[in-house]
Design a binder for this molecule. Structure first.
Ligand code: COS
Length: 414
């Protein structure tokens, strides 16, 4: 079902009062204001999620928004991946279209490991094309038995160990295994794939690779259908050979690279959840103001006012944690990254933002649906689709329980 019916655009505007908060710079305010004008004017037929995502990538690329997914050295707008820009973009796109947000986010997540650890040749080959919307990116980490427990992955990258340590580079790696829940699976042009190169070494035995979609031995045809449709697939690697030049980052350094990539994008998931929640509140307010009952409007009831008040406070609580997490990362990058304790603190703040924003958004959307009464469960109403759209955000890129674990461990360590 389309959030934006073809030709209709979107009548509601995302709020931007929060841009005055001290977390943001002029560059963020300018981009958010431009986006708040651009996004509602887009009308994409979203009935076919794969076609819609390709269309969103094209539009986001043409309009220059994907340039926030890569650094300036490779076609980006800002010097580095800027967390606040990512958060604001996702928040506004999600307000208007969950698929637009998805298409944007996956370009960033799918290429993030290349930005962080790619060789100059890899960065030149992929990042400018991602920024223009000419190559669709995907991040392939999860497996059936390795979702939260990343180190349990079974996909293996075999290589000729006899050549290692001799000063000679191994000629190639052969990937065997299955990845699942891969966003953009089936429509991506390349996948950042994480596989075991030292199976006995747990999290210290994983390496990342860039695998082009057309590589023989890679099958991406198994589409997974979910309650809020978006491109999602299972990938199988069957004697899938990639050259040594496909290795991304250090041999056996893949776990940390995956975590560093997720650290950036977890705060942006919080941004998307905020966008959904703000939209649900806007829908609830509009509905409450016009719905007549018992001789007054729904908005005149104190019970409604209490609910709307609670929704607004839940949104602001989530927003402050989200903007803090994004600001902390950007500010530290400007200082050169900070020490290990700061890095851990940033992970914790990103975890708090992701957990709180997604959980609060679920509550806000549920309250908005309740205020709509029967209309709320009618297929095709905005709150009905938001109710489905929000659910996976509490699971992907680290389930709420994983975020609790990250936060709890850090608190106990003191
Ligand atoms: N940045 C850099 N390094 C990190 C890191 C981070 N954010 N988090 C962990 N590491 C490092 C640790 O410092 C440790 O390094 P050493 O081997 O040098 O000691 C190593 O990685 C292993 O860390 P840890 O022991 O904490 O790993 P666990 O296997 O216990 O896993 C969780 C920790 C559960 C937090 C992790 O696996 C996780 O985030 N899982 C969720 C994954 C996810 O988001 N899946 C969805 C896929 S994308 S839709």
């Amino acid at each position: 079902m389309s959030a934006l019916e073809p030709g209709s655009g979107d009548a509601l505007r995302a709020p931007n009062d929060h841009l005055n908060l001290p977390f943001f710079d002029d560059v963020h305010r300018a981009l958010a204001q431009d986006l708040v004008a651009w996004a509602p004017a887009q009308a994409v037929d979203e009935r076919d999620d794969r076609a819609a995502c390709r269309e969103w990538v094209r539009r986001l690329g043409d309009a220059g928004w994907l340039r926030y997914c890569v650094p300036a050295t490779h076609g980006g707008t800002l010097p580095a991946l800027d967390s606040r820009a990512l958060v604001l973009l996702r928040e506004t796109l999600a307000f208007h279209s969950p698929l637009a947000d998805f298409a944007f986010a996956m370009q960033g997540l799918g290429s993030g490991a290349i930005t962080l650890a790619g060789t100059p040749a890899q960065q030149a080959a992929y990042l400018p094309a991602v920024a223009r919307g000419e190559k669709i990116a995907a991040f392939a980490l999860s497996e059936t038995d390795a979702g939260s427990d990343v180190a349990a992955m079974k996909t293996i990258a075999n290589y000729d160990r006899s050549t290692m340590g001799s000063g000679q580079k191994s000629l190639n790696f052969t990937l065997e295994g299955t990845k699942t829940w891969i966003s953009n699976g089936g429509i991506a042009d390349f996948y950042c794939v994480f596989a075991k190169t030292e199976p006995a070494a747990g999290s210290r035995g994983i390496t990342a690779f860039i695998v082009d979609a057309a590589t023989p031995g890679l099958d991406t045809s198994l589409h997974i259908h979910v309650m809020a449709p978006h491109p999602l697939a299972t990938l199988t690697f069957d004697a899938c050979a990639v050259p040594a030049t496909a290795q991304l980052g250090a041999l056996n350094g893949g776990f940390k690279l995956a975590m560093q990539t997720l650290d950036i994008f977890r705060a942006s998931v919080a941004g998307a959840a905020l966008g959904f929640a703000r939209r649900a509140l806007a829908e609830a307010v509009a509905h409450a103001r016009q719905r007549k009952m018992f001789g007054q409007t729904l908005a005149d009831f104190q019970l409604t006012q209490a609910k709307i008040g609670e929704m607004a406070a839940l949104i602001d609580a989530a927003a402050l944690l989200t903007y803090r997490a994004a600001w902390m990362r950007d500010e530290a990058l400007q200082r050169g990254g900070g020490n290990a304790a700061e890095v851990r603190q940033r992970s914790v703040c990103a975890a708090m933002a992701k957990m709180t924003a997604t959980e609060n958004a679920q509550r806000v959307i549920d309250m908005a649906l309740q205020l709509h009464g029967g209309l709320g469960v009618k297929v095709g109403t905005k709150v009905e689709s938001l109710y489905r759209d929000i659910r996976s955000l509490r699971i992907y890129e680290g389930a709420t329980e994983v975020q609790q674990l990250i936060i709890g461990k850090a608190v106990l360590q003191g």
